[in-house]
Design a protein around this ligand. Structure first.
Ligand SMILES: NC(=O)c1ccc[n+]([C@@H]2O[C@H](COP(=O)([O-])OP(=O)(O)OC[C@H]3O[C@@H](n4cnc5c(N)ncnc54)[C@H](O)[C@@H]3O)[C@@H](O)[C@H]2O)c1
Length: 294
């Protein structure tokens, strides 16, 4: 089935990137969040990024205008009616995800795929809120969604094979390289492996072994990482990373995922990474400076 209209729930870091990606591929993308202010800010971020591409000569102003015209801001889940594909990207909270899926179930056509961009919530648990859990699937983009090539597709216990195949084809249409997991795991392959590495970097900082700058330099220079682990957690969002490691720790019981108390303190202090202006680095200054965190 041709996908002409996409619906993206949650206009945060991931939702805005996914809506932009859809619009770049000619799909009309409705982008929804809880209030107009958030959606407006999200559109502003998208425009800023696209304007940067124009400045570099990688896109024309006409192309940008076309992309922006295809993103429809909204604050109502009722607008999911008439959509051909739904991707949920609200915060990493399984109860909230179940709630929004129950509503999406009421509003959308029965043949529409309901995909979740969750990192570590259970696909089966989210799907249990829907009359036909067979149409729910995990479709996990990486950050920034417009740039990163990988999309991990994860079936829940009840996901229909046809739904998984259509989701893989849609990921390919969006220009991505999909990896479909054999079954539902606790987070996808890349997310799970990466979570352990990122977590270890926070523990090294908390134990006072290295500074923010030294830990990031060590991994960039010694392990050929394109960006340091602490800068990457800032990009992901400290709160999102914390929720993910907490889930992995609870479900796997493995000390590799034990969230460092420093992360808890940072979230309580409002240091959520790039999106709040402060995290392991201070983004209120240019260029961003490493923070001293204990
Ligand atoms: N940040 C990453 O690097 C990353 C990467 C891959 C997947 N994910 C996953 O994607 C999801 C979103 O993460 P994010 O980083 O974009 O988070 P975010 O905090 O940037 O954005 C989440 C958005 O959801 C909105 N929201 C909350 N309740 C809502 C509701 N009822 N209806 C509509 N919108 C609602 C919030 O207002 C917020 O704007 C999470 O499940 C996360 O685990 C994140």
């Amino acid at each position: 089935m041709e996908i002409k209209k996409g619906f993206v729930l949650g206009a945060g870091i991931m939702g805005s990137g996914i809506a932009q990606l859809m619009a770049q591929k000619g799909i009309e993308a409705t982008l929804v969040d809880v209030n107009e202010d958030i959606v407006k800010k999200s559109l502003g971020r998208i425009k800023k990024g696209l304007d940067g591409r124009v400045a570099k000569g990688k896109m024309t102003e006409e192309e940008v205008a076309g992309i922006l015209s295809r993103i429809k801001p909204s604050t109502s889940m009722d607008d999911a009616a008439g959509s051909d594909f739904v991707i949920e990207a609200v915060i990493e909270d399984v109860k909230l995800k179940q709630k929004v899926f129950a509503r999406l179930d009421e509003v959308t056509r029965d043949d529409v795929i309901l995909a979740t961009n969750t990192t570590a919530c259970s696909i089966s648990e989210i799907a249990s809120a829907v009359k036909d859990p067979g149409r729910v699937v995990g479709m996990h983009f990486f950050n920034p969604a417009v740039v990163m090539k990988l999309v991990e597709i994860m079936p829940g216990l009840a996901s229909k094979p046809e739904i998984v195949t259509r989701t893989r084809e849609f990921a390919e249409f969006l220009g991505k390289i999909p990896v479909v997991t054999e079954k539902e795991g606790i987070a996808g392959i890349a997310s799970r492996v990466l979570a352990a590495l990122l977590n270890e970097a926070v523990w090294v900082l908390y134990e006072g072994i290295g500074s923010v700058a030294d830990i990031d330099t060590a991994l960039k220079m010694g392990a050929n990482q394109p960006m340091g682990p602490l800068a990457l957690i800032d990009l992901i969002g400290i709160d999102t990373h914390l929720s993910k490691t907490r889930t992995l720790y609870e479900k796997l019981g493995d000390a590799r995922y034990r969230p460092c108390y420093l992360l808890e303190k940072m979230v309580l202090a409002g240091y959520l990474g790039r999106k709040s202006g402060k995290g392991f680095y201070d983004y209120t200054v240019d260029p961003p400076q490493p923070m001293v965190l204990k």
